[in-house]
Design a protein around this ligand. Structure first.
Ligand code: TXA
Ligand code: MG
Length: 422
């Protein structure tokens, strides 16, 4: 139950996360290992140092990031620990009341923690953007408790949508549908579509019911940082910017929901996630998926496709190859050539780095475990002070597609395609 006290940061000391202020350039760069890459990486390192400084600029640098956001929503953060399976009524009631009052509540879902507000209250929705430092062009997902709430936010809902919800809800599937007029434009970034999901988590469902209205919630991290899979991650990013944090422990899936648009010519996956393409194709054989990785100097034709996303402060380098021997050799060579290197890998592969001076985070025994641990491992290596994080790109089957997508964005497209050793 309640054991936290107020923990708002004094306004004068508020720190800014200059998301996007020091972005690196380029489309996903698929590079072959060659000697000139060493020089390029040195250059990249100095770019990174500049950006690391940018992350902790004081509030006097406001003008620099005014393009990205207005003054942040600041408040005193109150923290409640709740049972993830049978949440205690009192904190849920208080959190529901806070939502109805137009305040912000961070809460666990089965995917990642969300930063929630009343989806039908434009000024509450606005607070989410300000708290996260999120661009107004990136719309939010609306969370509902069950299908009876769907007509509150969407219109002309097709039989296909109902079929998908009946199969996958509650769960990690978000559907893009035609928006009901009552949904604020701010929430959908001016689009006439709205993204909706029913989370599979007792705390999230209890909160939506207690609030008595749909809850808009992006992942509860600062913009472009790794999504939070624990309440501590939320506090690390948003302390002083969220009114209540409901701590229901670690999240089960650890990656965000799959986003599936049903408003175009054919159903299209916009973001791979907790529900796999294979599962969806069993119901929708004509399902499309085309990965989109946009840099911020390109006008986005659709939201949520930025290349830089889910990024820790350290520079992530992704190694890709079908050849086991060659890929580990390349990663070891990189680790030997650089200082302050961290590695994330499955448990069975950690021994390949045991003799090197690197910091290691295990992703667990298989790809499901890796999904759950990925963001936590990235944040943990950041806090252990590494400058580089090396990872191997996984196979794209099942949840591997979503893991690879998040790693590529965390790496901002920095991929080394390792040639087979033959
Ligand atoms: O698992 C999840 O989906 C988590 C939990 C909290 O539910 N939420 C989440 O929200 O990941 P967020 O805001 O971090 O990502 C939502 C994505 C964004 O990329 C946004 O562009 C996209 O959904 N989106 C929202 N509305 C959309 C729309 N109408 N059309 C296309 N994309 C949309
Ligand atoms: Mg997010």
């Amino acid at each position: 139950m309640f054991f936290g006290d107020g923990c708002g940061l004094p306004h004068g000391k508020m720190r800014w996360n200059l998301a996007g202020a020091t972005s690196k350039s380029g489309w996903a760069r698929n590079r072959r290992e060659d000697s000139s890459n060493a020089a390029r990486r040195k250059k990249r390192k100095s770019v990174y140092r500049m950006s690391a400084a940018g992350y902790t600029n004081s509030i006097s640098d406001q003008a620099d990031c005014a393009r990205h956001m207005r003054a942040p929503y600041t408040t005193t953060t109150v923290y409640f620990r709740v049972d993830p399976h049978r949440p205690e009524p009192r904190p849920i009631e208080l959190a529901g009341e806070a939502i109805r009052d137009g305040r912000l509540v961070a809460f666990p879902t089965e995917t990642v923690y969300g930063l929630g507000a009343d989806a039908l209250d434009e000024s509450a929705v606005e607070k989410i953007f300000r708290a996260k430092g999120r661009p107004a062009t990136d719309p939010l997902i609306v969370h509902i408790a069950d299908l009876s709430q769907l007509p509150d936010v969407a219109v002309s809902v097709s039989e296909t949508a109902y079929r998908l919800f009946r199969r996958f809800a509650p769960g990690a599937l978000t559907l893009v549908l035609n928006k009901r007029e009552a949904v604020p434009e701010k929430l959908t970034s001016g689009m006439d579509t709205v993204a909706v999901r029913i989370p599979d988590h007792a705390v999230a469902l209890a909160l939506i019911k207690a609030a008595g209205r749909p809850i808009a919630a992006p992942s509860a991290n600062r913009f472009s940082r790794p999504s939070p899979t624990t309440a501590q991650h939320v506090a690390d990013d948003l302390k002083g910017r969220v009114d209540i944090i409901l701590d229901g422990g670690g999240t089960a899936i650890g990656l965000e929901s799959t986003i599936l648009s049903l408003v175009g010519e054919a159903p299209q996956v916009l973001r791979p996630g907790g529900v796999s393409l294979e599962e969806l194709r069993a119901i929708l054989p004509d399902l499309r998926y085309q990965a989109r990785y946009l840099t911020d100097d390109v006008a986005a034709p659709s939201p949520g496709s930025m290349l830089k996303h889910y990024a820790p402060r350290a520079a992530v380098i992704l190694f890709r190859s079908d050849d086991d021997v060659a890929v580990w050799a390349a990663m070891r060579a990189f680790a030997n050539d650089h200082d302050r290197v961290g590695v994330i890998a499955l448990e069975r592969d950690l021994r390949r780095f045991a003799d090197l001076d690197v910091k290691i985070e295990s992703l667990g025994v298989d790809l499901d475990a890796a999904a759950t641990r990925l963001y936590s491992a990235l944040r943990s290596l950041d806090s252990r002070g590494v400058e580089w994080i090396l990872a191997r790109a996984p196979d794209t089957a099942g949840v591997g597609l979503a893991i690879g997508d998040r790693l590529l964005r965390a790496a901002e497209g920095d991929v080394i395609d390792v040639a087979p050793q033959r």
